[in-house]
Write a protein that binds this ligand. Structure first.
Ligand code: NAD
Length: 331
């Protein structure tokens, strides 16, 4: 197995999970952050081939990939710098703070022939991976209607910018459910969203908010995503889905012991909390970086998710549905 060298940018909540996953995938990791936490991670993972570096330049020098785990408004500059050096990009969600930045990253990567792998970890959560298999195997028949919910503690002060431009929860946490809906049912042509919560920028930790979006897919499916920021860390994150078609219903709640059901009956132990989705995700990206198959999501999936969630923010702030162009149609 070829030794990979990865530059991890950021040393916060999510970087720690990615670090463990890169080490499990057999990579050497150098970490760069602006807050001294890179050095703390090096101490914690002493002996595992982890080192801290003082600049982005040093981080990118000679590595196979950069993994961007810094705040969302830093993603564009770091991704473009890496792409200009031919370094493959793994990037936390959302790929960028707005559609223009996401398009810039994807355009530059295509031109340079550099892969961009968006770290939408929920596609790797066992219950969602199994849901995708069941839908692809045709268990639902036709005419699908889906509902996805996520509730969890508002994470960081910088994620709470609940404004028309940034969208707050609509462009941050809601991206998870939107990405699953897009993965299952494809292109979205109509977005209608609603938001309730603080409208401050930045929102303090503990901000409560709830947002919802209804997506009309080009193929005729209808999805609703509900996202909620809870004001306290307890209870921990809870996810549910309820997906129906003419052939049946598939349901899941991360609090259930039986974990996933198909039309009333258990369908195995595919719980949200199986192998860490970060471990599965980084393993799949590492395999692709070593010349293996293309991972289950690439740059265009990240761009689609940013387009849909930004449309949701516009819809919530104008009170009107937003139409998105069908792929291949004249602009
Ligand atoms: N997949 C998920 O479920 C999930 C959950 C939380 C966060 N995220 C995403 O992960 C990213 C990071 O979030 P977090 O909660 O870990 O943040 P955090 O605030 O805990 O940590 C951010 C880190 O980035 C560093 N940093 C900031 N600017 C930098 C720069 N220019 N160069 C280098 N380092 C820099 C900081 O020093 C800090 O170490 C965000 O894009 C967020 O949306 C994803």
């Amino acid at each position: 197995m070829r030794q990979l060298e990865t530059a991890l940018i950021g040393a916060g909540l999510i970087a720690r999970m990615h670090l463990e996953a890169w080490l499990a995938a057999g990579a050497c990791v150098r970490i760069h952050s602006l807050d001294g936490r890179a050095e703390e991670l090096v101490q914690e993972f002493d002996g595992f081939g982890v080192k801290a570096v003082g600049s982005l330049d040093e981080a990118l020098d000679g590595v196979d990939a950069v993994d961007i785990c810094s705040p969302t408004d830093t993603h564009r500059d770091i991704a473009l710098t890496a792409i200009a050096r031919g370094v493959a990009v793994v990037c936390e969600k959302p790929l960028a703070a707005d559609v223009a930045e996401a398009e810039e990253i994807v355009g530059a990567a295509e031109k340079a022939g550099v892969p961009v792998y968006p770290a939408h970890d929920i596609r790797f959560a066992p219950a969602f991976a199994r849901l995708h298999e069941l839908v692809a195997e045709g268990h639902l028949g036709a005419g699908t209607v889906a509902r996805f919910t996520v509730a969890g503690y508002h994470p960081r002060p910088w994620t709470g910018h609940a404004t028309a431009e940034s969208g707050g929860i609509l462009t941050d946490q809601m991206l998870h459910g939107v990405d699953i809906a897009y993965w299952l049912f494809g292109d979205v042509v109509r977005v209608h969203a609603h938001y309730q919560g603080e409208i401050t920028a930045p929102a303090p930790q503990g901000t409560a908010a709830v947002g919802t979006v209804v997506l009309t897919h080009a193929g005729g499916a209808l999805s609703q995503v509900v996202s909620r920021w809870t004001p306290t860390p307890q209870p921990p994150i809870r996810v549910t889905f309820h997906v129906s078609g003419t052939g049946g219903t598939i349901v899941h709640d991360s609090e259930w012991p039986q974990e996933i059901q198909v039309s009333g009956g258990p369908a195995g132990t595919f719980g949200y909390y199986g192998e860490s989705p970060f471990t599965s995700e980084i393993r799949e990206f590492a395999q692709a970086l070593r010349g293996g198959p293309q991972p289950r999501l690439v740059a265009h999936d990240a761009l689609a998710a940013v387009r849909i969630t930004q449309a949701a923010a516009r819809s919530a702030w104008t009170g009107r549905a937003v139409e998105l162009p069908v792929k291949g149609a004249a602009a």
